[in-house]
Design a binder for this molecule. Structure first.
Ligand code: NAP
Length: 259
């Protein structure tokens, strides 16, 4: 399918690895020029070079922490005028509900709620002025079904979801859509580190932790970054202009709910 976005320009945050990289690759495949970001310069440059070589699009990189004001300023200097924004950052650490203090919540809110909101505020006005734009926020299945050990993530991402629900309906009339993609478990470094935590806590091997988690997913496996990226690229396409303020689960059926 021709996504109709060849020649558009996208900022994909936190995109040297994992789901962000999957989104960057799928957009590049559709002919979109990219601004890619991550903290670590080496992996970022490697990922960018591979995309340039494979898809022939223009890729600019900004090595910066997107959750800080200075990091965002550095990214925005290069990304002003983009047509597409994919919001992403690392997830908060796991723990117990009674452990987290105010500062832990502030860090999680900064990373997974206030950073995407700041980028939306910085980039959507120009999209509205041009009459076309797409924003996709990578959140989590924890928005629909809370994950006990990820209370910081449950809280911050639900806050972003509420903001998007209201905001998306205020900008849709100017041709700009904002939607959320909710990953269930995907085979990335993040999933490996969560599996490691489970293996250590339960005294089992990594293979056993992986097998047990697969058994809890109706699809019987982890998702892939390529599948995730393809869904993101579709939401950024010309065909998705009537999809507004939605929360789309990509979880292999993991969340057991009718709606
Ligand atoms: P990942 O494989 O660990 O990749 C994270 C990417 O983000 C890396 O490129 C990393 O590069 C970059 N990054 C992390 N923190 C950053 C920051 N502060 N500023 C800029 N770049 C940053 O993670 P993932 O699995 O793709 O997960 C992406 C998001 O989806 C996370 O928020 C995660 O919690 C959420 N999620 C993932 C799953 C899953 O199963 N994978 C499920 C539900 C939700 P640097 O480290 O070099 O910065």
């Amino acid at each position: 399918m021709d996504l109709g976005i060849k020649g558009k320009k996208a900022l994909v945050c936190a995109s040297s690895k994992g789901l962000g990289l999957g989104c960057a690759r799928a957009l590049a495949e559709a002919g979109v020029d990219l601004v890619m970001n991550a903290r670590g310069a080496e992996a970022l440059e490697t990922a960018a070079a591979a995309i340039r070589a494979e898809f022939g699009v223009e890729v600019r990189t900004v090595a910066a922490d997107i959750t800080t004001e200075t990091g965002r300023a550095a990214v925005l200097e290069v990304a002003q005028g983009v047509d597409i924004l994919v919001n992403n950052a690392g997830g908060p650490p796991p723990g117990l509900w009674s452990d987290w203090e105010r500062e832990d919540f502030i860090r999680a809110l900064d990373a997974n709620m206030l950073t995407p909101i700041a980028l939306i505020k910085a980039l959507v006005p120009e999209m509205m002025a041009r009459g076309w734009g797409r924003v996709v926020n990578i959140t989590s299945q924890s928005v629909k079904a809370p994950i006990p050990a990820l209370g910081l993530s449950n809280a911050a991402r639900t806050g972003l979801t509420g903001y998007v629900a209201g905001t998306s309906r205020q900008v849709a009339g100017k041709g700009v859509t904002i939607n959320n993609l909710l990953p269930g478990i995907h085979a990335t470094d993040r999933a490996t580190s969560l599996d490691k935590g489970v293996a250590e806590a339960q005294g089992i091997s990594m293979e056993e932790a992986h097998a047990r988690r697969c058994a809890s997913i109706p699809a019987g496996r982890y998702g892939t970054a390529d599948e995730f990226g393809a869904a993101c690229a579709f939401l950024c396409s010309q065909h998705a202009g009537f999809i507004v303020g939605q929360n789309i689960l990509l979880d292999g059926g993991g969340v057991n709910a009718t709606l």
